[in-house]
Each structure stands twice: as C-alpha cells, then as structure tokens.
Design a protein around this ligand. Structure first.
Ligand code: BGP
Length: 469
C-alpha cells in the first residue's frame, strides 16, 4: 500500500500576518496622508468626524513603525519563514491621486523588507488592506468611481517595481468580498439618501476586480518570478437542516463569497451572478475591454482568511432571530464560540481547503487564522494562553489532513503574531498574538513586548515543520 503523505512540504511558508493600519502607528509621520482606517477603523464611526475622538489607539497602533527591528527579531526567534504585511497606500500616495510617490514612505518599506530578508523571512505583501486614502473617498467617492482604478494601478505599479528584488509574494486586496459586508472599510463607500446600495456595492466590486486584474498583469510583467494572489474572507456555510431549501440557501450564501475568487481566479463573471443581477435589478457599468482585462489578470494563488464557519437557513423567522449577530449568523449547536461569538470550527478549515482546491486547482495560502481573546498577565508575568494554542493546533492539524487529501497548500500565516489593534472593535482588548503588547483599551501601558506561552509552542511547530502540534 502506498504511504499517505501527511507532511507539510519542505518549503512551507510558516509565519504571521498583520496589516499596516493595525500596527504601524506614526499615522502622520513620514509624509503619510490620512486613510479610511485613520478616521473610521471599523467603518462604523462617522468617517467625516474631524475630531476623530478615541482614535489614539489606532493612530499609535503598537508603534511598529519605530520598533520593527525589535519585533522582527522576535519573529525570527520563532523561526518565521515569511511575514505578511500590507503597505499603507497613504505612505506612498498620501491623497491617492498624486502623480509621483512619496519617497519617504517607499524608503520605510525598503528598510522594513530588508530587515525581514536579513533574517531570511520572506515578505508577503498585501497591496491594499482596508486603508484607502481618505482623499479618494472625499474627492472621488471611493471605489464607486472608476477613476480610482487608475490611482490604484499607479500605486500598485510603483510598489511592484520598487520592491521587485525583495518581494516574491503579493496579494491585490485584503478580503475583497468584504466590500459587500462593510462597504466603508472594504470600498470607501458612503451612500447618498435613497441610493441603491446593492448596486453601488457590486459596481465598486467590479472596479476592484478590474484594479486587481491590472495589478496581476503588472506583476507578471514586472517580475515573472513573483506570485500574486487574491485574498478572500472565507465564509464556508452549512445548511441549518438537511432540508434542500436550506441546502440551497447555504449554496447561495457561499456564492456571495466565492464569486470574488471565481472572477479573480477564472477571469469572468459566473452565470449565477448574472442571474442574481437580473433578479435584484442590479446593473453594472462595464467599459469596453473589461472582459479582456479580467481574462488576462487571473491570480496565481488563492489566499484566504479563515476564522469560523457559518450556517444558512431558508426560514425567514430563523433569519430574523440571527440578525444583530452579523458575523456569527445562525448559531451552530455543534460548535463553541470565541468571546466575540465567532464559531470555532477546525474541521471547517479542511472543508474550505478542499472546496477551494476542487474549484480552482491553484495553490492555496491560509493568510489569516487565529483566536481573538482576552489575555491575563499573571503575577509572575507569564501569559498562559492555552486556549490559543488549542485553537491553532486544531486548525493546523486539519491543514495537515487537507494536504493528505491532495490540497496544494503554500503556507500559513497566523493572524496577529504580535498583539495589534482589532479591526472590528478598534480595541486592544481582543488579542491574537504570540507576543503580548503592554497597552490597554485606554491607551495606557509601556508598549513593551512579552512572550506568551504560545510563543515557544509556535516556535516548536515551525521547527518540526508541523510535526509537533
Ligand atoms: C480580518 C481582517 C484583519 C483582522 C482580522 C481579525 O477580517 O483582515 O484586518 O483584523 O480579521 O479581526 P478582528 O481584528 O476584528 O478580530
């Protein structure tokens, strides 16, 4: 009998993932302009409240801008093979529509990527992670406006060219499908009274698709050896019962996510989406040549975040009960939830990996996964985050199973290897790190870094290439 391969490949990219706006701080230093995240990190606060109250947490981040060397040394100690971060668009083009980039911003990422490379850590870079220049929102309407494609392409070309000798792995947009769920965060969208929101969101999504495809084309021209992927927030969905009506509701809910990777991976709009547009009175304006651009700009790999799974129901009464619980949706009685109601489902990761690989036959990259929790510093200074170790080891074990299923998996970057400001709550309280950052929700603390119990655990996982979990 042939032996089953349950090992991670030799060159597997173990690491961690962050976003510039959640760690860097220094939000007006180095010529940086304001981004959407600087004024409304979770997309809920009014983006045009100039007083920007209570945003000091976001504005300071964890001061990574000044402490990156110390932090990268800790990642190196854990044995990271790669580190996923984003470039803050507003460090390069402060308002978004300038003709020439800001050299000081470019120089910062040169130093940052050089530091990673000096420790043999590959940078994995998201070109845009929830932080478009506020100038593009105020003056152009964010991704509503086709013109923004041009600005994004200019920005993407500048960074792809500048860092071509340093960065081999790119992603065009973080969680691109979030434009349909958090339209300000995902697309810089602010709606007018009476506007057909659905139409606007899908129109913005179309512009994002074209922009993404143009960045993929640019990357292939600039450095054929680099790989550039999409990045979706995976929302694998189960039917609440075996009733075919519920099964169909789950299929439809999944498609709301998968349409993004379908278009970015296959290069054309799926027929189920065309039907959805007709039934929901959605008309997308496409320019001549768009179809060709989509075809030419298909991604090299599928990146995705995975935190939880979802449940769908066809019963309007059940749906009603689930509302107000946007992220968790309908409750799954078989799963436990995090303190923030995210339903923990390691097996769901194996299912997701298999579904995506069956669908695209392209390499996959788990670029976010982790547990947001409240950590307690004991009197002796230790932080015993066994719950985090359990969460991560159970998910990594399922990745191993998926590899044995035949899935081509490139790597795994745990979300927030160092505590950072949470995207959905804009707080420090919800922590993900292997490294604790001394800062509370009120902004008190030294910002000093401490190793949690999970630090040595993850180090061992990487050292044994996933053998010891
Ligand atoms: C993803 C985002 C990240 C990150 C993560 C955890 O959706 O790409 O930016 O924040 O979720 O979410 P949160 O910080 O809300 O716990």
């Amino acid at each position: 009998m042939t032996k089953m391969n349950k090992n991670f490949p030799e060159n597997f990219l173990w690491g961690g993932a962050v976003a510039a706006n959640q760690i860097e701080g220094a939000y007006t230093e180095g010529g940086k302009g304001l981004s959407t995240a600087d004024v409304s990190p979770n997309g809920i606060m009014s983006p045009f409240d100039e007083s920007m109250k209570n945003l000091n947490l976001y504005h300071d981040g964890i001061d990574f801008y000044h402490r990156y060397k110390e932090d990268i040394a800790l990642f190196a100690e854990m044995g990271f093979k790669c580190f996923r971060t984003s470039i803050a668009w507003t460090r390069i083009f402060p308002n978004g529509d300038e003709l020439t980039p800001n050299e000081e911003g470019l120089a910062f990422y040169d130093k940052f990527f050089d530091e990673l490379l000096s420790h043999n850590i590959e940078p994995v870079v998201t070109i845009s992670h929830y932080e478009m220049p506020l100038g593009l929102v105020k003056n152009y309407g964010g991704w509503k406006n086709r013109k923004v494609i041009e600005f994004y392409e200019r920005y993407a070309r500048v960074v792809l060219e500048r860092y071509k000798g340093k960065v081999k792995y790119w992603m065009t947009f973080n969680e691109i499908n979030v434009v349909l769920h958090a339209p300000f965060t995902g697309g810089g969208l602010v709606f007018e009274e009476g506007e057909n929101k659905q139409n606007t969101m899908y129109q913005a999504a179309h512009h994002l698709f074209i922009a993404s495809a143009l960045a993929v084309k640019a990357s292939h021209e600039i450095n054929p050896d680099a790989q550039i992927g999409c990045m979706i927030a995976s929302m694998t969905t189960y039917p609440v019962t075996p009733n075919p009506e519920d099964a169909f509701a789950a299929l439809q809910q999944d498609r709301k996510t998968l349409l993004f990777s379908d278009i970015q991976s296959r290069g054309y709009y799926p027929s189920y989406l065309k039907r959805y547009f007709i039934e929901n009175d959605i008309t997308i304006e496409m320019a001549e040549g768009d179809e060709e651009i989509l075809k030419q700009g298909t991604v090299d790999y599928i990146g995705f975040s995975y935190y939880m799974s979802f449940v769908a129901t066809a019963d309007p009464a059940e749906l009603e009960k689930a509302s107000g619980n946007l992220l968790a949706g309908v409750k799954n009685p078989y799963l436990k939830s995090s303190e923030w109601g995210w339903q923990i489902d390691p097996k769901g990761l194996r299912i997701t990996l298999n579904q995506l690989y069956d669908r695209y036959q392209k390499p996959l990259f788990v670029v976010e996964n982790g547990l947001g929790a409240v950590d307690v510093v004991e009197e002796d200074g230790t932080i015993n985050d066994d719950y985090r170790i359990d969460y991560l080891s159970e998910h990594i074990a399922e990745m191993k199973e998926a590899i044995a299923d035949g899935v081509d998996l490139m790597g795994y970057t745990a979300w927030g290897p160092i505590d950072l400001v949470s995207a959905s709550t804009a707080e420090m309280k919800k922590r993900y790190g292997f490294i604790y950052v001394d800062r509370d929700n009120e902004g008190n603390g030294t910002l000093n870094r401490f190793k949690k119990k999970s630090f040595n655990w993850y180090k061992q996982v990487i050292k044994t290439n996933g053998e010891e979990l």
